[in-house]
Design a protein around this ligand. Structure first.
Ligand code: GDP
Length: 294
């Protein structure tokens, strides 16, 4: 991910570092290039504009221009602002036991895969996760979760095929959970092709009943700004606590990751970077900024 952006920035900053004495017009030129690179990376226009204004304000500071290596300083300012844009400090999950984590999102975003990945991660961290399928529309999704649960060796609750009420299923799942040794329950909810009222209503009911510690929106990074607007929509409807961005391995631009925090105000907590079950990583804004700047 971010490969195109990283290439453009590398060129711009290499030029800037090469200049012995930096003038305001050097900075303006460089930041114009940076702004273009951000827009090409599919960062929303207003965010790119505001971001550049921040960097410019700091870069124009007298201390920077008079310093021995102004180019380096400007790159550092850029790095820090980028880390801030990506979310600042890393934000973990609230796992106060018994923790309830609800995963929601559109079909194909990677929800079910992420449920399996998260269970594996938490297990490796010494926790006792269990999985619950609350997708009552796609029996295949229930089977998929059951298969993943087997692969990561975690107990799983699968509802009866005839069941149609999510709250009833959730109640039964909680009763089942009581019989399992666990400290985290991961609920994989139903998706849709697109956001519709029924999906949101169902999710709201489930949310009210479960009172989860975490409601995590699973969003496909490759869909760019659409992922950001989906996150915003789910947040307005049920109040998400964070985002898990999937398929970062297939997204060369990275616009969703860059815009997500400023538009939704919610942190990206994890990133999926492949189909394998161990390819879920904590999202560290600082490390991401390092990666972008190479
Ligand atoms: P759901 O409909 O949201 O439950 O999505 P699935 O979990 O079924 O995932 C849809 C497809 O995306 C599957 O083929 C997954 O293997 C794939 N997938 C999920 N996460 C990632 C990821 O981080 N990277 C890649 N390359 N593929 C992923």
């Amino acid at each position: 991910m971010f490969s195109n952006l990283a290439d453009s920035l590398d060129k711009t900053f290499r030029n800037l570092r090469g200049v012995g004495k930096i003038s305001e017009s050097n900075i303006t030129d460089a930041l114009r290039d940076v702004r273009l690179a951000l827009l090409e990376a599919d960062v929303e226009f207003g965010i790119a504009k505001e971001f550049i204004a921040h960097v410019k304000e700091k870069a124009m500071g007298a201390d920077v221009l008079k310093s021995i290596k102004p180019g380096e300083q400007i790159v550092k300012i850029f790095h820090d602002e980028l880390a801030e844009l990506l979310g600042g400090d890393q934000v973990g999950l609230d796992l106060t036991p018994p923790a309830r984590l609800v995963l929601c999102g559109l079909n194909g975003a990677g929800k079910t895969t992420t449920a399996g990945k998260l269970a594996l991660r938490l297990k490796k961290e010494g926790r006792k996760p269990i999985l619950v399928a609350i997708d009552l529309y796609r029996p295949a999704a229930i089977d998929q979760l059951a298969t993943l649960a087997k692969q990561v060796d975690v107990p799983v609750y699968t509802p009866d095929a005839s069941e149609s009420d999510v709250v009833k299923v959730a109640r039964e799942a909680l009763a089942w959970a009581e019989t399992q040794r666990h400290d985290v329950i991961i609920f994989d909810t139903a998706g849709r092709q697109e956001i519709d009222e029924r999906l949101i209503e169902e999710l709201k009911r489930l949310h009210t009943f479960l009172q989860p510690q975490e409601t995590l929106l699973v969003a496909d990074a490759a869909t760019g700004q659409q992922a950001v607007s989906v996150a915003k929509h789910f947040d307005e409807a049920v109040g998400i606590t964070g985002i898990i961005l999937t398929k970062l391995d297939g997204d060369a631009r990275g616009g969703a990751a860059l815009s997500m925090r400023s538009i939704t105000g919610k942190p990206i907590k994890y990133a999926g970077e492949g189909e394998k079950l161990d390819q879920l990583f904590e999202f560290h804004p600082n490390r991401m900024a390092d990666r972008i700047l190479g």
